[in-house]
Design a protein around this ligand. Structure first.
Ligand SMILES: CC(C)(COP(=O)(O)OP(=O)(O)OC[C@H]1O[C@@H](n2cnc3c(N)ncnc32)[C@H](O)[C@@H]1OP(=O)(O)O)[C@@H](O)C(=O)NCCC(=O)NCCSC(=O)C[C@H](O)C(=O)O
Ligand SMILES: [Mg+2]
Length: 285
C-alpha cells in the first residue's frame, strides 16, 4: 500500500509523442507524470510514441516524479502492444483507461504480470464497480477521467461539477476504503487560472490527493491547493501540543480555537505534518 504522506498534488499528462514536452517535464515541479499513449496521441503516431517513450524512460532524468504510463485500452488495436511495451518500461505503474471492473485489471495483468496498476475511473460502469476495482491487489491508484464521464453521462458543463459529484464521490469512498491514491480529473481550460483554483479547492475539500493536469501553467496553482497551507501547519502543531499537554494531565480532550481536539484529530494533524515534510524533502531533491 502506498504511503499516505507521499504527495501526489500535481499529476501532469504528457503526450508521449511530443519529445519537447517529455524534456520539459524534467524541469517541472510535478509530483507525478502520466506519459500518455491514449487520447493525446493520434492513431498515426501511436507506434512511434511507444518507442519514443520507452527510449525517454530508459534515458531517465525524471527525478523523484512518479512515472505512470497510460496505455490504450486492451479492446483497441494498440492496447496489447502498449501493454507488452509498458511491462518493460522504466516506470512505476501502468495506467489503464476506462476500467469497468476488476476483470479488466486481470486482463492487463495477464500481459504485464505483477506490474502495479492505476485505473482510469471514467465510465458509469467503472464508478459502480469502484470498490471492487480499488480492492484489486495490483491497483495502487485511481485517476478520474471527468471528460469521458461527462460524455457518457451526457452532462452539461457546470463550474460546480454538480452532475459529476455522485461519480466522484463513489470513487473517493472506494479509494479511501481500500487505501488507494485518488487523483481528480483535468481542468480543460488551461488558461483559466481562477477556474482552476476553484476546482482544485473543491477537489481538495472532497479529499482527493491531487489533480491531473494538461499544461505546465497549471502546476503552481495545483501544488499550492493540494499542499498543507502555512495556516494548516501552524494549527496542526498547536493541536498536537495542546493534546499532549491535556493527555499528560490525564484528560482525553483538548480545546484549540474553541474546537475540540481528540485522538483522531491528532492523527490527522500528524499526517498533515508528515505530508508537509515530505513535500519539502522532495523539493530538496
Ligand atoms: C494543450 C496543449 C495542446 C497546448 O500545447 P502548446 O500549444 O504546445 O502549449 P504551449 O505553447 O503553451 O507550451 C509551452 C511549453 O510547455 C510545453 N508543454 C505543453 N504542454 C505540456 C505538457 N502537457 N507537458 C509538458 N510540457 C508541455 C510545450 O512543449 C512548451 O515547451 P517549450 O517550447 O520547451 O517552452 C498541450 O499542453 C497538451 O498537449 N497537453 C496535454 C493534453 C493531453 O495530454 N490530453 C490527454 C489527457 S486529458 C484526458 O484524456 C483526461 C481523461 O482521460 C478524461 O477522460 O478526462
Ligand atoms: Mg478519458
Amino acid at each position: 500500500m502506498p504511503s499516505s504522506a507521499r504527495p501526489y498534488r500535481s499529476v501532469l499528462y504528457i503526450p508521449a509523442s511530443k519529445s519537447r514536452a517529455l524534456e520539459k517535464a524534467k524541469t517541472l515541479p510535478v509530483d507525478a507524470i502520466i506519459f500518455d499513449l491514449e487520447d493525446a496521441v493520434t492513431p498515426a503516431e501511436k507506434a512511434n510514441a511507444r518507442t519514443l517513450l520507452a527510449d525517454a524512460l530508459a534515458v531517465g532524468g525524471f527525478g523523484n516524479r512518479v512515472r505512470l504510463v497510460r496505455i490504450n485500452g486492451l479492446d483497441t488495436e494498440w492496447g496489447r502492444d502498449d501493454a507488452i511495451a509498458a511491462r518493460d518500461m522504466e516506470c512505476d505503474a501502468i495506467l489503464l483507461p476506462k476500467v469497468g471492473s476488476p476483470d479488466d485489471v486481470d486482463a492487463l495483468a495477464a500481459i504485464t504480470g505483477d506490474s502495479r496498476v492505476w485505473a482510469m475511473m471514467e465510465t458509469p460502469q467503472g464508478m459502480l464497480n469502484a470498490h471492487a476495482i480499488a480492492a484489486h491487489p495490483l491497483v495502487e491508484g485511481f485517476v478520474l477521467g471527468t471528460n469521458d464521464l461527462a460524455k457518457d453521462l451526457n452532462t452539461r458543463f457546470r463550474a460546480d461539477r454538480e452532475p459529476l459529484i455522485t461519480g466522484l464521490g463513489l470513487c473517493l469512498l472506494a479509494a479511501k476504503a481500500e487505501g488507494v491514491i485518488v487523483i481528480d480529473g483535468v481542468y480543460n481550460a488551461f488558461k483559466d487560472d481562477a477556474g482552476l483554483e476553484i476546482e482544485c479547492n473543491q477537489g481538495r475539500d472532497m479529499g482527493f490527493d491531487g489533480k491531473s493536469l494538461i499544461h505546465p501553467a497549471q502546476v503552481e496553482i495545483t501544488n499550492r491547493a493540494f499542499a498543507p497551507s502555512p495556516d494548516e501547519i501552524e494549527l496542526a502543531r498547536r493541536q498536537i501540543a495542546a493534546f499532549e499537554e491535556t493527555e499528560a494531565s490525564g484528560q482525553g480532550v483538548a480545546v484549540v480555537d474553541g474546537r475540540i481536539v481528540e485522538n483522531l484529530h491528532v492523527a490527522t494533524a500528524r499526517e498533515l505534518l508528515a505530508k508537509a515534510e515530505m513535500i519539502v524533502a522532495l523539493q530538496a531533491g
